[in-house]
Design a protein around this ligand. Structure first.
Ligand code: 5AD
Ligand code: FES
Length: 355
């Protein structure tokens, strides 16, 4: 070891080469206020080696804000009567996917509240129609049964996003009333068993969430071998019980993104909308701190505004075309490029076989 290195620099160097840290070491770096630039530089090198300079754009279609769940932080919760609810028709969803294809997106993410109007068969038919356009399909529609996930997989769905939000079971169950942590994990395991690329993630800054539990989230993602990990800070929504909570710490969230890249080097990691809602140009900063994915919104008209998870969401007044050209320009200005493939996870073994 070089002399003169701080403990933080030593831990970052270890993470960069071994891609493993103990829980205590992760906690130390999560708490290392001021270390974010060193963490980001190391994460950016690992990002370059493992997933390259291409940034994958996924077109996000928010097709219904109707939700049967009641999460304390989320504007779509069923007890929020202030929000105007909407649900797109199958034809509208397919048309948005067609437009997303026209903007050059290779993946569409179909996201909604937990809206049971979309039965497994209804959603399967939409997936089949979109798959016929040669797009990758990511689903993000919450907790369903193994058989429903299976039907969608057979219909052609490629990936599934389901954040665990927190691996602290007691905290999870207090903030997501009526939901069980065990069932959430069951969903992730089912999705994995069905051959989906599985995306999950943490909501950073939940009241009562400890740094140790965030470190445990990272170890959980390693254990799950998550293909994608998306995280963002809590942005208190005044129309929810957590309206007066403190917002999540942007710098802690950024340190966590970099740690995720160091410890899950192959994963797809998005620069999330919540990061930029909190800090202007936040997505560029996160793309330079280990991330390699952006999910621009392709929802149109009033629905963009109505999909109000939290206040101040960016791009609500922009059109999908504006977001596409805006992100394309910003990515190029960073010396990166918009990837032209579908952006499936790179497996290290495959890379080694190729080289
Ligand atoms: N602030 C930040 N993120 C939120 N989400 C829901 N509500 C909020 C909020 N108030 C996140 C959750 C969910 C994702 C779709 O949005 O983590 O998984
Ligand atoms: Fe929407 Fe920049 S990404 S306007």
């Amino acid at each position: 070891m070089m002399t003169g290195q701080t403990l933080e620099q030593k831990l970052i160097a270890k993470a960069e080469t071994a891609h493993q840290l103990t829980k205590m070491e992760i906690v130390h770096l999560l708490q290392a206020v001021g270390a974010e630039d060193d963490l980001a530089k190391a994460a950016d090198r690992v990002r370059q080696i493992f997933v390259g300079d291409g940034v994958h754009l996924r077109g996000l279609i928010e097709f219904s804000n109707i939700c049967r769940q009641d999460c304390m932080y989320c504007g779509l919760r069923r007890d929020n009567h202030k929000i105007e609810r909407y649900r797109l028709t199958a034809d509208e969803i397919v048309r948005l996917a067609q437009k997303a294809k026209g903007y050059g997106y290779q993946t569409v993410v179909l996201q909604s509240g937990e809206d049971l109007y979309f039965t497994a068969e209804r959603l399967a038919e939409i997936i089949r129609r979109i798959k016929s356009m040669d797009l990758a399909v990511t689903l993000s529609v919450g907790e369903r049964s193994f058989d429903e996930y299976k039907l969608w997989r057979e219909a052609g769905a490629d990936r599934y996003l389901l954040r665990i939000e927190t691996t602290d079971q007691a905290l999870y169950e207090s903030l997501d009333p009526g939901m069980s942590y065990e069932n959430r994990v069951r969903c992730l395991m089912d999705l994995r068993a069905l051959g989906y690329e599985v995306g999950t993630g943490t909501l950073v800054g939940l009241p009562g969430q400890s740094v140790t539990s965030i470190a445990e989230d990272i170890l959980f993602y390693q254990q799950l071998d998550a293909d994608m990990v998306g995280i963002g800070p809590l942005i208190p929504n005044p129309d929810t019980p957590l309206g007066k909570a403190d917002k999540g710490d942007f710098h802690l969230t950024r340190r966590m993104v970099s740690l995720l890249r160091l410890l899950l080097p192959e994963a797809n990691i998005p620069a999330t909308t919540a990061m930029e809602t909190m800090v202007p140009r936040g997505r560029e900063l996160i793309l330079a701190s280990g991330a390699n994915v952006v999910m621009p919104n392709v929802t149109e008209g009033d629905s963009r505004r109505k999909y109000a998870l939290y206040p101040g969401k960016i791009c609500v007044a922009d059109t999908p075309a504006q977001c596409r050209s805006c992100m394309g320009g910003r990515i190029k200005a960073m010396g990166r490029y918009v990837a032209s493939d579908k952006g499936f996870r790179h497996h290290r073994q495959v890379q080694q076989e190729r080289s």
